[in-house]
Design a protein around this ligand. Structure first.
Ligand code: 5GP
Length: 120
């Protein structure tokens, strides 16, 4: 299981358009693109364009409050664009015990099927 090393991640290359991604929403602060290994018919990742120390949610500081709020609002815009506002889930995995694999904060937006709770 990966742990936070602070090293650049694959998401930097996606932000820089050095590797392709299926972008569904973009603004000055965030980028939203389809997960390469989708766990639902709609599975979109929403990330800050500037990581700024936010490798994982556990590293959040007060200065990150604005971007954290913006990420959540962008998740709602993604849900609207994808036609899943009637039912969707937003997930943040933080740290090895939560199976975080990419250490650039990201929200998973999942929907398009009946989701189970607490898992699946
Ligand atoms: P985590 O496990 O860290 O919460 O989620 C990382 C997510 O990034 C995984 O769902 C994984 O499928 C996705 N992912 C990893 N590498 C790439 C990539 O190169 N492109 C895209 N679109 N998604 C990726």
């Amino acid at each position: 299981v990966n742990a936070d090393t602070g090293a650049p991640t694959i998401f930097d290359k996606i932000i820089a358009k050095e590797i392709p991604a299926s972008v569904v929403y973009e603004d000055q602060k965030v980028l939203a693109f389809r997960d390469i290994n989708p766990q639902a018919p709609v599975h979109v990742l929403v990330i800050p364009k500037s990581r700024d120390g936010l490798t994982e949610l556990a590293k959040a500081e007060q200065r990150h409050e604005d971007i954290l709020g913006h990420l959540l609002y962008a998740a709602k815009i993604v849900a609207e664009k994808e036609g899943i506002v009637d039912g969707f889930r937003v997930v943040i995995n933080s740290g090895p015990s939560a199976c975080q694999s990419v250490y650039h904060l990201h929200l998973h937006v999942l929907g398009g099927r009946q989701l189970k709770w607490p898992a699946g």
